[in-house]
Design a protein around this ligand. Structure first.
Ligand SMILES: C[S@@+](CC[C@H](N)C(=O)[O-])C[C@H]1O[C@@H](n2cnc3c(N)ncnc32)[C@H](O)[C@@H]1O
Length: 367
């Protein structure tokens, strides 16, 4: 066994070296054909795919991916091969790696929705090792939340995870929520009597924007699961707001509530939950054809998964687009500049590292 892993690491090193030294493609192909391990990462975390990305060598990138190279392995600096291609502005190399990731995640997500057991530790959407309140719903729903303001006066709702504080919702997302509402209602033919559903109250930012529309929605449903958020909503008088109905519980448990289904279709649906995975979001997408009133209805969601890494964010964004398209929807994407001021995290875990937030607006395609 030991002998085997020594030779695997020797072969892995030798392949990386051959790529970095730009040896002949025959030599590199022969090493791959002879079984050099493509998963191997050297002491700096560099894999053969990273090496090919450093060389901007598109043919070798393609051969590596076709032979099973891991598209999302991260080196010691936190970079994937895709990030390296992006840093060289090499669109072809970047897209080739991104599309391989997208195909792989799409396929794995399909298998997982069919409850087929798969062992794919390299999948970003299937990896669910986080059993803390940040990654486990039951843990989150049993953890106390703190509604407070940071030193800059920014409102925060946070949860403590072991020794770390994580923002469930933070005031800096206000611009995203504002732009989302703007695009959800802009020139909407039903704007004078909207039927709106929002999932996840958090700090109530998006619900506040919906309520300040003129006129406010005729029907405004909010689904919220966390007992501390529900208590906060009561204290703030949300239960008494005319036209507002609060459905207490997880969306998974209340999405079939008669009060919602009895409306005959919603004009606007938004979802932004916490401690849920991409698979949960995809499961929510599947309810949309039943929830939306028709082709004029609009849907958006907080597009934040994978947003600590440019490649992962791009893969998640495109994966969501593919899954919504498969449901017969068309998605328009626009960018919201959220800046890169690290002060906005106020000591909490940074969960969004991109300068540009990619805002989705989806509608059922007209048949
Ligand atoms: C990020 S916050 C939403 C922030 C909100 N968009 C705003 O503008 O303030 C997420 C909210 O979703 C709630 N939540 C998490 N999982 C949920 C679920 N499965 N069903 C309903 N609500 C959920 C959390 O308790 C939290 O209040």
């Amino acid at each position: 066994m030991e002998v085997e892993s020594v030779s695997a690491s020797e072969e892995g090193e030798s392949l990386i070296e051959a790529i970095l030294e730009k040896r002949s493609s025959e030599e590199i192909h022969s090493k791959i054909k002879n079984g050099a391990p493509l998963w191997y990462q050297n002491q700096e975390g560099i894999s053969a795919l990273h090496a090919a990305a450093y060389n901007e060598d598109l043919p070798i990138i393609k051969v590596l991916l076709e032979n099973g190279a891991v598209w999302n392995s991260v080196d010691d600096l936190g970079n994937t091969a895709g990030d390296i291609a992006l840093s060289f502005n090499n669109e072809d190399c970047y897209r080739t790696i991104r599309d391989a990731g997208l195909r792989s995640e799409f396929f794995l997500s399909h298998l997982s929705s069919k409850s087929i057991e798969i062992d794919a530790p390299s999948s970003i959407i299937l990896r669910n090792e986080d059993s803390t309140a940040a990654g486990s719903q039951s843990e989150f729903l049993n953890s106390p939340l703190l509604f407070t303001k940071d030193e800059n006066g920014q409102a925060i709702c946070k949860v403590k995870v072991e020794d770390e504080e994580i923002g469930v919702m933070m005031g800096w997302e206000r611009e995203i929520m504002k732009q989302t509402v703007h695009q959800l209602v802009e020139e909407h033919p039903g704007v004078s009597s909207l039927k709106v559903l929002n999932i996840g109250f958090g700090l109530g930012i998006i619900d506040g924007f919906f309520q300040s529309l003129s006129p406010p929605p005729a029907e405004h449903f909010i689904i919220e699961a966390h007992p501390d958020v529900l208590k906060h909503m009561k204290e703030q008088g949300w239960y008494e707001n005319p036209g507002v109905t609060i459905l207490e519980g997880r969306w998974q448990d209340v999405i079939d509530d008669e009060r919602l289904l009895g409306l005959g279709g919603l004009d606007i649906v938004y979802t932004d939950t916490f401690s849920e995975s991409y698979q949960d979001l995809k499961e929510f997408f599947e309810h949309l054809p039943d929830l939306l009133s028709g082709p004029n209805a609009r849907f958006s969601f907080f597009n934040g998964l994978g947003a600590t890494n440019a490649l992962f964010y791009d893969v998640y964004t495109n994966l969501a687009d593919l899954h919504l398209t498969n449901l017969g929807m068309v998605v328009k994407w626009s960018d919201v500049d959220v800046g890169c001021d690290d002060g906005k995290w106020s000591g909490t875990r940074k969960y969004f590292g991109m300068r540009l937030y990619r805002l989705p607006i989806a509608q059922m395609a007209i048949q």
